[in-house]
Design a protein around this ligand. Structure first.
Ligand code: SAM
Length: 253
């Protein structure tokens, strides 16, 4: 099955409009923190990072942070108090993340940010119960990006969705273990398929049974869809924003 057949089956008659919106303009938001260089990120991405509810003084982990748009939102919420570990496994993307942290944050906000390059799956084992808040903005199918690239389209397969869902599940399990009791996780992806979104949350609720609960998130944009465990913002209904799925989990105290 090819990419277009797969998503046409998934979305039915909606696919035509969604496909057009995915190829169309997105909705970037300018994020300028004090006098630092402005950074542009999708409004739905801004919303998701903000939904984690970070406050000054907290210890925060951004597990998959590059190129860094959401890290800026988290650092802006910390206001230079507490700590933010912005982690990404890819060396090239991590260099971009370093530049974004250096250029788009004022010095007093950047001083509490540490950039690291561990596989996210390791945090649970090596930093257990260490963070108040964790953002898991997981690697995903990124269909909006794939659709705009012949090279990526040729590499797409149903098997890739399944492999990504397994990886996303491992990252999320690691985040649960690295979280302090009472702490919260925001799981997000820019994937279209439920397998990488609600499906991953459903599995973690089984895998870490009794340890976590799902919190509700108040939607902001018209057209946001409520899913079994979170919110999905898709560009055909959200005026070009997204795609972003987000779900919030709390570790029981
Ligand atoms: C969706 S992107 C993150 C976007 C970023 N949060 C932002 O707002 O700019 C996913 C990132 O996860 C990183 N990644 C992939 N697998 C990883 C792993 N196992 N551990 C840590 N990072 C990983 C990729 O290099 C990529 O930069």
């Amino acid at each position: 099955m090819d990419f277009f057949e797969y998503y046409a089956n998934l979305f039915g008659p909606r696919w035509e409009a969604l496909q057009k919106a995915l190829l169309g303009e997105n909705k970037p938001k300018e994020l300028q923190i004090e006098n630092a260089t402005p950074y542009f990120l999708d409004e739905a991405s801004f919303f998701a990072a903000n939904a984690l509810g970070v406050l000054p003084g907290m210890d925060v982990l951004d597990m998959c942070a590059a190129p860094g748009g959401k890290t800026l939102v988290l650092a802006n919420a910390l206001k230079g108090e507490g700590s933010l570990q912005s982690n990404d496994r890819s060396p090239d993307r991590r260099e971009r993340l370093r530049r974004v942290v250096m250029n788009s944050l004022p010095e007093n906000f950047a001083k509490i940010v540490t950039v690291s390059g561990y596989p996210g799956e390791r945090f649970g084992r090596f930093r257990p119960e260490s963070f108040d808040k964790i953002l898991v903005d997981a690697p995903c199918s990124s269909e909006r990006h794939v659709m705009n690239s012949k090279e990526h389209l040729s590499m797409w397969s149903v098997g890739r969705i399944k492999r990504l869902a397994v990886e996303q599940g491992s990252l999320l399990a690691s985040a649960v273990d690295a979280l302090r009791p009472g702490g919260e996780i925001l799981y997000s992806t820019c994937a279209l398929s439920p397998e990488e979104n609600d499906g991953v949350v459903r599995k973690i609720l089984k895998k870490r049974k009794g340890l976590i609960e799902v919190l509700s998130i108040e939607p902001l944009f018209e057209g946001t869809e409520q899913t079994e465990f979170g919110l999905h913002m898709l560009p055909d209904l959200c005026d070009g924003r997204g795609p972003i799925f987000c779900a919030k989990l709390k570790k029981k105290a």
